[in-house]
Design a protein around this ligand. Structure first.
Ligand code: ADP
Length: 195
């Protein structure tokens, strides 16, 4: 069993590309979705609240995402501590997922921040989806109806998409008119052959 990360800048089309891998029968793990689910677990919410010094739960005991974001984006140390709580747990959940799919040649670990947080060192190969920034902004504005400023702020928290692309083992250029399915099928054939 090999481990493969699927990454790329926000709005590049990771989810769209992931669907193609799923179509080919590859077990796909979406790190963001798994991490989001932790915030529905009261024990985890309490742990985060303790870590961040309180004030991060709402009256009904659920996580106050906005309060958490305010704290960690103003305090780098707290962000690192929160990441140190979440990321190892995500990775261990991923490994359990991979084990449940032991018959597959490889599993995909989808994360926008695979390079930022060193997940690239835990996997055998990295696939990066790439589209230039202006096009990503256009697609995201359409998808999320979020303003340019907010999107650019989110992008500034990530490595430049070009750097991810240069570091990756395989690149999917996700432009209109570019046969995405064909690119994924080619990469899939390569990944299946990994020793
Ligand atoms: P990510 O998961 O990387 O944030 P998504 O897969 O959600 O990105 O894609 C962002 C938006 O761009 C979505 O609305 C998606 O439908 C659209 N999109 C994805 N690939 C293409 C493409 N090749 N051409 C045009 N729009 C695309």
């Amino acid at each position: 069993m090999r481990h493969v990360a699927l990454t790329g800048g926000i709005g590049c089309g990771k989810t769209t590309v992931l669907r193609e891998f799923e179509r080919l029968g590859v077990p796909c793990f979406v790190a963001d979705d798994v991490a989001a689910a932790y915030y529905r677990d009261p024990a985890f919410v309490a742990e985060v609240d303790h870590l961040l010094g309180g004030g991060t739960t709402t009256v009904d005991g659920t996580a106050d995402k906005q309060a958490i974001a305010r704290i960690v984006f103003a305090d780098k140390e707290k962000l690192l501590q929160l990441n140190a709580l979440v990321h190892p747990r995500v990775w261990s959940d991923y490994l359990a997922f991979a084990q449940r799919h032991g018959g597959a040649p490889y599993c995909l670990f989808e994360s926008a921040i695979a390079y930022e947080y060193g997940f690239d060192r835990l996997v055998d190969k990295v696939v990066c989806v790439y589209v230039e920034k202006e096009e990503r902004l256009r697609r995201l504005a359409e998808r999320d109806h979020v303003g340019r400023e907010a999107l650019e702020a989110r992008m500034r928290n990530q490595l430049p998409a070009e750097e991810k692309m240069m570091r990756a083992d395989y690149v999917v250029l996700n432009y209109e008119g570019n046969p995405r399915r064909r690119q994924v099928e080619y990469i899939h054939r390569m990944l299946k052959k990994l020793p």
